[in-house]
Every structure is written in C-alpha cells, then in structure tokens.
Ligand binder design. Structure first.
Ligand SMILES: O=C([S-])c1cc(C(=O)S)c[n+]([C@@H]2O[C@H](COP(=O)(O)O)[C@@H](O)[C@H]2O)c1
Ligand code: NI
Length: 420
C-alpha cells in the first residue's frame, strides 16, 4: 500500500481558534457535522475531504431545522451503499491512500482506530478484523472524515479542543446484534476516563453514538466546562430525532483563547520535597514531565528536617493534566506525596517567527503586551545547532538572531528602550 502524497497545509497561517463542544445532549457524527457548519465551516471544506476518501459519491446538503425550539443545522449525508460492511483494515487503506491534508488524515485514522479498539474490546476480536457494521458504511466514513476536516479548519495549527461532560442517554437501542443497553458497549468503552452521565432528565434512548463518542474522546485535548475564550462563532448541530424533553443538539463554540489577563487561569503547581532520589535521575524526570505537557518543571535545593539536603520538585501545568503528571511523579521519583496549588497565571499572547542567520533558520518566540512586542527570544536549541553548523560562537549567533527578530517585529529596532 503506498501512501498518497499528504498535504501539510503549507503556508496556511491558521489563526487557530479554540473550540468547545457542548455534548450535554449527546453527540453523533452527523450532529457534529451540523454544529461545525453552523459555526462557520464551509460545506465545501467537509465535502472535499469526504470526496477524497469515499470510493463512491457522497452527497452532502444543509438544512435549517428547529429542535425543541432552537434553530439548528442538519447536515444530510446521502450515499448509495449505506449497508456495506468494512473492516478497520479496509478503512485504513481508504484513508491512507486518500489525497487528504495530513492533519485531517491523522485525526480520521486515530478516530477509526479508537472505534476499532473499542469494538474489538467489547466483541473479543482483534482491532484489524473489526467489522464496523453500521459504522463501516459510507455515511459513517463521511461523518468521521468530514468532522475531522471541519475541526481542523476551525482549530488551525494550534487551537485546542475541549469537550463538555458527555450525555449518553438511557434505556435500550436496536442495533445489528439486537437490542443493546445504553450507553451501547462501544460508547461505554470509548468514554472510559471521560466525564459522562445519562443526560437530560426524562430523555430516553441513545444520545451518544459510537462515532460521536470516538470523535469527542480521540480528538479532545481536554474535557470540562467551557474554557476561558472570546467566543466568535456558535453552531448548533441537529440529528434526526427531535424529542420533547430537550433540544437534541450538539453545540460548537469557537473563539480566541482568552490570554493576557490570566483572570480565569486553570493552571496548577504540583510539588513534592524529595530527599532520597538518586540525583542522576532528576534530568529524566524533568524531561518526562515536560514531554507529557507540563508548562514548566524545575528543582529547588532545600534543607529538610534532620539537616538533609533535598530538592523541591515543582511542576506547572494545566489543571486537566494534573492527574497524569502526578502519576508520573509517583512512578518516576521516590516521593509518596504530591501537593497541588491553584495558581493564577498571567500569560502574554505569543507568536513564533523564523529568522535566518548565515542561511540557517532559527525560531524566535515573541510576546506582546497591549499589541506591542515586549520580548523576543530565539529558541536556544536552534541557536546552538546553527552555531555548530556555522562553526561560530553561540553568543554571536544568539545576538544575530535577536537582532534579526527585532528588525522583523519592532518599529524601531535600534532604540535602546524599544519595548517601552
Ligand atoms: O453493530 C454493532 S457491532 C454495533 C455495536 C455497537 C456497540 O456499541 S458494540 C453499537 N451499534 C449501534 O450502531 C449504531 C451506529 O451508530 P454510529 O452513528 O456511530 O454509526 C448505533 O446506534 C450504535 O448503538 C452497533
Ligand atoms: Ni459492536
């Protein structure tokens, strides 16, 4: 199998939006498509990705509908062979050979892989051999690929996807194997470790489908209430059902991450005092914590009880990462206790630009206050690498990179007090 030439979306200076998906009324693939279109994703973006994957034509159309009094968007997916069964192997081949943007392909493969693992675990088979039944039909491929393309369009290169607690419904539902309990087994497996509940009072039936659960869990960067953001677009996506108990819609809110005043920061600091760890281990502990998403990790020398020299390990991270990072601390150090404090973090909006020194590229991080650049910092690893390549002192390359970045970003780069 040869991979199609993937497209890395070159030159798309994606102004990444953060996205919050409200799945408190459940979610399915087509509801997510509707919500994405409602939030401003052009239908052509979704159609182009779906056409690249599906072997037979898939028709997509948009309808304005009302669900329990709320105006919403319904995306209809029209296919000819909606009962065709495919294995995960078949679908992986379709995705691998399709002319898709790489970020879309990566996500679609991950979502189907998540579905295959969940189905295999509940049916006692191997993921590669999972027959997707309803989920393998063209319309479900369209749901997954279309939703991935829509999300990539909104998120850009650096947006974050947060998903609310997921409502699953209650009762039983008819599927290929007869009547299944809700949440259906694949949904229950996919939602392991993620907040979920039955959902709106009085609602019956399947609110979250396996496709919806896979999209939400595999693609989410975080789970929780709406993060601090300046909302720009709102989309409500409808499915087929319109119960009287609640508006049966998924909501997508997209906007700018709210940074700059730190007023609703959800960061935490994890801390432990450690006096009995082989000091040679610390560098790999810090590296592992940073690799797993910590914003910063550091050691402070301290003098502990009984006059013992020791270290305080401090880890700054987003609140949702705390459980995983705490686990890493317990596994990789000798501590048997970890403290946790909430911290208010004031973060300036930052951007990364590329400058050239001696024909070599160096990334430079710049931060703005009230729209004006207040600091430029060349990435030290880049500087050191370029210094080695050019056979020049690191300090010289650092000075050249800083000067180049100042020329690029500052109105008067030579002024002594340019930043004020
Ligand atoms: O056919 C099978 S094996 C099947 C298994 C499961 C499990 O949870 S296991 C669930 N279902 C039902 O199929 C439809 C598919 O929904 P999608 O929108 O995700 O395609 C849904 O009603 C599931 O409950 C089928
Ligand atoms: Ni199943």
């Amino acid at each position: 199998m040869s991979a199609a030439p993937g497209r890395d979306v070159p030159g798309r200076d994606a102004p990444g939006r953060d996205v919050w998906v409200d799945a408190t009324a459940g979610a399915s693939g087509d509801m997510l498509l509707g919500a994405l279109v409602g939030a401003g994703v052009p239908l052509e973006v979704i159609a182009e990705a779906v056409d690249a994957v599906t072997p037979e034509p898939v028709g997509l159309s948009v309808q304005r509908v009302v669900r329990c009094g709320l105006a919403a968007t319904k995306v209809h997916v029209d296919v000819a062979d909606s009962t065709h069964h495919r294995t995960w192997r078949d679908i992986r081949t379709l995705l691998t050979e399709a002319d898709l943007e790489e970020p879309v392909r990566r996500r679609a493969v991950a979502v189907f892989h998540g579905l295959a693992v969940a189905e295999a675990s509940v049916h006692g088979t191997e993921p590669d051999d999972v027959h997707f039944h309803e989920v393998g039909a063209l319309d479900s491929i369209a749901d997954v690929v279309g939703a991935c393309a829509g999300l990539v369009h909104l998120l850009g290169d650096d947006g974050r996807l947060t998903v609310s607690p997921v409502s699953v419904g209650s009762g039983r539902v008819r599927a290929a194997h007869g009547s299944l309990p809700v949440p259906v087994p694949a949904v229950a497996a996919l939602l392991r470790g993620v907040p979920s509940s039955a959902g709106p009072k009085g609602s019956e039936g399947e609110l979250c489908t396996p496709t919806g659960a896979a999209l939400l869990t595999v693609l989410a960067d975080a789970h929780g209430p709406q993060p601090a953001m300046v909302v720009a677009e709102i989309g409500l996506g409808a499915g087929d059902r319109d119960p009287s108990t609640h508006p049966n819609v998924v909501r997508v809110l997209a906007g700018e991450p709210k940074v700059g005043d730190g007023s609703s920061s959800t960061d935490v600091v994890l801390e432990a005092n450690v006096d009995d760890l082989d000091p040679r281990v610390w560098p790999s502990v810090l590296a592992a914590l940073l690799e797993e998403g910590a914003s910063d990790a550091w050691l402070t020398p301290i003098l502990m009880k009984k006059g013992r020299p020791a270290h305080t390990l401090s880890v700054l991270c987003r609140a949702e990462l705390a459980p995983e990072l705490r686990r890493t601390i317990f596994v990789q150090t000798s501590t048997i206790g970890v403290r946790q404090h909430d911290v208010l973090k004031h973060a300036l909006p930052r951007e990364v630009v590329t400058v050239s020194v001696g024909g070599e590229e160096i990334s430079v991080k710049a931060a703005r206050l009230d729209g004006r650049v207040v600091t430029v910092q060349p990435e030290h690893d880049d500087v050191a690498g370029v210094a080695e390549t050019l056979g020049r002192p690191v300090l010289d390359v650092l000075a050249d990179a800083t000067a180049a970045a100042r020329r690029l970003l500052l109105p008067d780069p030579d002024a002594v007090h340019t930043y004020r």
